[in-house]
Write a protein of this length. Structure first.
Lengths: 310, 337
C-alpha cells in the first residue's frame, strides 16, 4: 500500500479525497434526500441519526442471517419507515415540538440498534458488490477510486427523480404547499398531517438505506462506532443545499470529500492531527450554518413552516 | 407532575413488553434495576454519583429552555470542561492544592460557558439555529479531546486507552464527609437550587421567561434580549462544564474517552422529564442516575447488553414528549366534571 502511494507521491491525496468523496458521500446523499423531503413538508426530523444507525444494524443483521445484502438494504429501509412513522405520529399530536422528538428518536434509534446489534458485531455479513468504472486507467489508485457502489448510482437516480417529483408533479406541489403554509394547504383541503406522515416515513426509508450502506459497503461492518454523526450533518447539509435535491448531491460530495481528508492524509504519512482532520465535516457544517444564516431574514428557499429557520 | 409520572409508568410498561418480546422476564429486570439503584446505601451511592453530573448537564438544557431555546450541547460542554480542568491542573502544578482545585473547577466552568455561550451568541446575533450548532459542537469537542489525549496532553504511562495526564491525587476533590459520595452531588444540588432561584425569583429570570414567552413583547418592553440570551447560555454551559470538571476531579483524574459516556444526552432527557424546572431536575436526575447505575447489573445478571438502559431512556423520552400534548387538556376534562 505504502509503495503505491509513494509512486504517486502527493497526487495520492487528491485521488484519495476523490475516492472518498464518491464513497463516503453515499450515506450523506441518502439521508439528506430523505431529510430534504421531510423538511419540504414543513417538519424537521433530527432523529435521522438514529435511523441511520438502526438501518446500518438491521441491514447488516439481515444480510448476515439471509445471505442477501440487498434484502438487508430493503429491511434497513423498512426500519427507517417504522422510525419515521413513530416520529410523524408523535409530531402529529398537538403542541409537540418536532426538534425535541427528533432528539428523542435519535437516542432511541441508536440505543435500540446497539441493543439488537450486539450479536452482529463479530460475524461477517456478505457485502454489497461494487461496480468498477476505472477500467480505462492502469493506475491502481484511480481504479480503486472509481469502484462505485450501486447504491451511489441509485442515489443519483433518486436525485433526479426527487427534483422532478418536487417541481413537476401534483403530489410534489402538495408537499411543497403543506411545507410552505399549512393553514393555506388545510384551507384548500389537503390533509396536512397525512402528507407529513408520508414524507417523514419516506424520508426515514432513505435514511435507513443510507445506513445500510455504512455497514454493507463502506466501512463494511457493524459496530457501535459506525456512524459519526452523518445523520446529523445531513440535516445541516440540507440547509446548505437550500432544500434542493440536486444541490444535496453536490453538498454530499463536498462532505464526503471533507470526511476523507483525514484518512487520505494519513495514507501519505501525515498522522499529526488525525482527529482534527476527521472533524473537518463538522467544522464545515458549522461554518456553512453560520454563513448561510442571518438574524434578519429567514433562509433562502426555506419551507415556510420549518421550525429551525424561524 | 402527574402527567410526567404517568408517562414514565407507561414507558416502563412498554419497555416491559419489549423485554418480554426478546425473552427476558420484565419483573426480574425491574427488580434488578431497583436493586442496582435504590436497594441499599451502597447502590444509593452509586446512583447519587451518577445523578450529580446529570443534574448539571440537565441545567445546560433546562436554563436555555426558559428562553425558548433547545440547547443540546451538554455533552460537548462537559468534554471541553474536562479538558480545561486537566489543562488548569497542569498549568498550576506548583500552587497549593486548594487553589489548584478551585481553579480547576473554574476553568471547567469557563470552558463550558464559552462553548455553549458561543452557540447562544450565534443564535441571537447571527440567527444560527442553536440546536444544530450545539449538536455539532458536541462532535467537535470530542474530536478536540481525542486529538489532545493522543497528542499534546498524552500520558504515555497509561496504555489501555489514550489518556491525558493525571491532575494529581492531592488535587482531587474527594468525598462529602459521612456520605461516601463525591462533592459533585453538592455542586449539582446547589446548582439546581441557584438556577431555580435565578429563574423564578429574580428580575433577570423574569425577563428570561418573558423572552421565552413572547420575544417581540420582550423587545417592546425594552428587555435586552441579546444580552440575556448570551448570559443564560453562558450559565448553562458553565453548569455542564462543571460536570466535566467534577468527573475529572472526583472520578477519573484524567481526560479520556471514558468521559464521553452520554451524560450530556441523558441530561437532555432529565431536563425534559423535569419539564425544564431546575428544582424538579434534582429528583429526576436521581431517578435516571439510578437507571444508569443498574446498567452493569443488568449485564451481569440478565445477560442484557449495556444499551438496554439506552432503549429504556429512549422510550421514556418519546412518551414524555407525546404526553406534552395532554397537558391542559386533562385539566379541561376535569374542569367539566
Amino acid at each position: 500500500m505504502m509503495g503505491e502511494v509513494t509512486a504517486l507521491g502527493w497526487w495520492g491525496v487528491p485521488i484519495a479525497v476523490l475516492a472518498g468523496a464518491l464513497r463516503v458521500s453515499t450515506p450523506f446523499l441518502f439521508v439528506s434526500l430523505g431529510e430534504c423531503l421531510t423538511e419540504k413538508s414543513g417538519r424537521i426530523n433530527l432523529g435521522l441519526e438514529g435511523t441511520l444507525v438502526m438501518g446500518a444494524m438491521s441491514g447488516y443483521g439481515i444480510a448476515y442471517l439471509t445471505g442477501s445484502p440487498w434484502l438487508g438494504v430493503l429491511v434497513a429501509g423498512f426500519a427507517g419507515i417504522v422510525l419515521g412513522a413513530i416520529h410523524a405520529s408523535v409530531c402529529g399530536l398537538p403542541r409537540v415540538n418536532d426538534i425535541a422528538v427528533g432528539i428523542a428518536l435519535m437516542l432511541f434509534g441508536v440505543g435500540l440498534a446497539f441493543f439488537l446489534g450486539k450479536p452482529f458485531i463479530q460475524p461477517q455479513a456478505p457485502l454489497l458488490p461494487s461496480i468498477g468504472l476505472g477500467w480505462w486507467s492502469n493506475i491502481p489508485q484511480i481504479r480503486a477510486a472509481l469502484e462505485v457502489n450501486a447504491l451511489f448510482l441509485i442515489g443519483l437516480l433518486l436525485v433526479a427523480l426527487m427534483a422532478w417529483f418536487l417541481t413537476s408533479t401534483r403530489w410534489g406541489l402538495i408537499v411543497r404547499s403543506v411545507g410552505e403554509n399549512s393553514d393555506a394547504a388545510l384551507a384548500i383541503g389537503y390533509p396536512v398531517n397525512r402528507v407529513r406522515f408520508v414524507c417523514t416515513m419516506v424520508g426515514g426509508f432513505f435514511a435507513g438505506v443510507g445506513g445500510s450502506f455504512l455497514s454493507l459497503y463502506y466501512p463494511g461492518s457493524w459496530n457501535e462506532g459506525l456512524s459519526s454523526g452523518q445523520g446529523l450533518m445531513a440535516v445541516a447539509l440540507v440547509i446548505f443545499a437550500r432544500w434542493d435535491p440536486v444541490r444535496c448531491l453536490y453538498a454530499a460530495l463536498l462532505f464526503g470529500a471533507a470526511g476523507s481528508l483525514g484518512p487520505a492524509l494519513q495514507s501519505v504519512g501525515i498522522t499529526q492531527g488525525y482527529y482534527l482532520f476527521n472533524a473537518a465535516p463538522y467544522l464545515l457544517t458549522l461554518i456553512i450554518m453560520i454563513m448561510s444564516s442571518s438574524p434578519r431574514r429567514t433562509l433562502v428557499g426555506a419551507p415556510g413552516e420549518l421550525s429551525v429557520t424561524k | 407532575m402527574l402527567i410526567p409520572l404517568g408517562a414514565v409508568i407507561a414507558s416502563l410498561a412498554l419497555f416491559g413488553v419489549f423485554l418480554a418480546l426478546i425473552g427476558a422476564n420484565p419483573f426480574a429486570v425491574y427488580l434488578s434495576i431497583y436493586r442496582g439503584s435504590f436497594e441499599n446505601w451502597f447502590s444509593w451511592q452509586n446512583t447519587l454519583a451518577r445523578a450529580a453530573p446529570l443534574m448539571l448537564t440537565a441545567l445546560c438544557t433546562a436554563l436555555p429552555a426558559r428562553l425558548g431555546l433547545i440547547v443540546i450541547g451538554g455533552e460537548g460542554a462537559l468534554v471541553v470542561g474536562a479538558v480545561a480542568t486537566v489543562a488548569a491542573a497542569t498549568a498550576l502544578a506548583d500552587a497549593p492544592s486548594l487553589m489548584i482545585t478551585t481553579l480547576m473547577m473554574l476553568a471547567g466552568m469557563a470552558a463550558g460557558a464559552l462553548w455553549v455561550g458561543a452557540a447562544g451568541w450565534l443564535r441571537h446575533y447571527r440567527g444560527v439555529n442553536e440546536t444544530i450548532t450545539t449538536l455539532i459542537l458536541n462532535y467537535i469537542a470530542i474530536a478536540v479531546m481525542s486529538q489532545l489525549v493522543v497528542g499534546l496532553m498524552h500520558d504515555p504511562k497509561v496504555v489501555h486507552r489514550p489518556s491525558s495526564w493525571h491532575v494529581g491525587e492531592a488535587n482531587m476533590i474527594g468525598l462529602i464527609p459521612g456520605m461516601d459520595v463525591h462533592w459533585g452531588l453538592a455542586f449539582g444540588t446547589l446548582g439546581c437550587v441557584l438556577a431555580y432561584i435565578l429563574m423564578n425569583h429574580t428580575v433577570f429570570g423574569f425577563a428570561a421567561r418573558v423572552i421565552g414567552g413572547n420575544i417581540r413583547a420582550a423587545r417592546i418592553a425594552g428587555i435586552a434580549v441579546g444580552r440575556i440570551t448570551v448570559i443564560v447560555c453562558l450559565l448553562a454551559g458553565a453548569a455542564a462544564g462543571l460536570a466535566g470538571a467534577v468527573e475529572i476531579a472526583a472520578v477519573q483524574g484524567r481526560a479520556s474517552s471514558s468521559i464521553v459516556v452520554g451524560y450530556g444526552y441523558t441530561g437532555i432527557l432529565v431536563a425534559f422529564l423535569a419539564r425544564q424546572n431546575p428544582l424538579a431536575v434534582i429528583p429526576v436526575a436521581i431517578l435516571l442516575g439510578g437507571i444508569r447505575a443498574s446498567g452493569g447489573l443488568l449485564q451481569r445478571w440478565h445477560d442484557l447488553p449495556d444499551a438496554t438502559v439506552l432503549v429504556l431512556q429512549g422510550i421514556i423520552f418519546i412518551l414524555i414528549l407525546a404526553s406534552e400534548s395532554i397537558h391542559g387538556r386533562l385539566r379541561r376534562l376535569w374542569g367539566r366534571e
